[in-house]
Ligand binder design. Structure first.
Ligand SMILES: [Cu+2]
Length: 335
């Protein structure tokens, strides 16, 4: 056992003893049910402190959940944000993004490059072999059935090959969120975002861009960091609804392959699935006025328990039965 392990074990043993004392004197602060069985092994804490401490530590962590707790997550450099000298898509953190990026990398780009090179070669050949100098007497050929069939069929086949993954991807993006999914209503304002949680008490989070100075101080990318993020659970489908309060905005997060216009007078809806916890940045992507470039988006995906703890920190924030049903439901399969 290293020195650090010993210190940690000692710390936990102290916590176990503290819990035992609290129970003895009937302190109500402790969550009684999970802590009670843990109190018994407290006597043996000096012998096997790690094993005995585990349930108590869990109880201690769970205790403040009733009032909720939240510490903004530090973004991971290069994840969910643009990178220096980046020239292609950002890494993807949603199943739709994985499939779309695969289609771009393995279907579209090879075809585009192949066709461009083929056409370039054909052009050069035609310029060299069929110019006026090489053919003083012009050919009178006007039809060639074989060539005409070939140059009709090949493009048709190419389009069919593109159509299959393309339509599959499109259909996947139109799949509605399952019943009971967390709903976030995203409202675009001139020039900031509002995130309303109708299933969790109806509170609205108003999100404004941080100044460059404040963003860098917080260790976040400037012009992308915000004061209040849109917090959502990771690993489950989320129902995003967008609307514009004044003009058309567009809610777009490149690393989640998500873009949905926010139009005044109508609600647009699309499912968002974030594979893992993290901070993902985006921007308004519809020219909406003078400060269009200064209304960034920051989405923070958290494990469900931490998301619920965040909800409880919000004014009137509740975690209802609908939210529990989603947690129990099987997650959307990765494509
Ligand atoms: Cu906008």
């Amino acid at each position: 056992m290293s020195l650090a392990d010993t210190a940690r074990a000692l710390g936990k043993a102290v916590r176990v003893l503290g819990a035992a004392v609290a129970l003895t004197f009937g302190t109500q602060a402790m969550a009684a049910a999970p802590a009670a069985p843990a109190a018994a092994p407290a006597v043996a804490a000096s012998e096997s402190p790690v094993a005995a401490a585990a349930p108590v530590a869990a109880a201690a962590d769970a205790a403040p959940a009733d009032k909720g707790y939240y510490t903004p997550m530090k973004p991971t450099p290069g994840k969910g944000m643009p990178v220096d000298k980046g020239w292609t898509f950002q890494d993807q953190y949603s199943p739709v993004g994985d499939q779309a990026l695969w289609m771009h990398d393995y279907i579209l780009m090879p075809m585009v490059v192949g066709i461009s090179v083929l056409i370039l070669i054909l052009l050069v050949v035609v310029m060299g072999r069929f110019n006026k100098r090489a053919n003083p007497v012009a050919s009178k050929t006007s039809h060639n059935t074989l060539i005409e069939v070939v140059w009709t069929l090949i493009p048709v086949l190419i389009l069919v090959v593109i159509a299959v993954p393309s339509i599959r991807l499109l259909a996947q993006q139109y799949e509605p969120a399952p019943k009971g999914a967390v709903t976030v209503k995203v409202t675009g304002y001139q020039w900031y975002w509002g995130y309303t949680y109708p299933d969790n008490g109806g509170f609205e989070v108003v999100s404004n861009m941080l100044s460059e100075e404040d963003a860098l101080k917080a260790g976040e990318p400037s012009h992308l960091a915000v004061d209040n993020r849109m917090v959502v659970p990771a690993g489950e489908p989320i129902r995003i609804q967008t609307i514009g309060a004044d003009v058309i905005h567009s809610f777009a997060v490149p690393s989640l392959w998500f873009k949905l216009d926010a139009v005044p007078g109508r609600i647009n809806e699309k499912v968002l699935f974030i594979k893992e916890p993290g901070v993902y940045y985006g921007q308004c992507s519809e020219l909406c006025g003078v400060r269009h470039g200064y209304m960034p988006i920051a989405v923070e995906a958290l494990p469900r328990d931490k998301f619920e703890a965040w909800v409880k920190t919000q004014p009137g924030g509740t975690v209802g039965e609908a939210a529990e049903a989603v947690a129990a439901a099987p997650a959307q399969p990765a494509a």
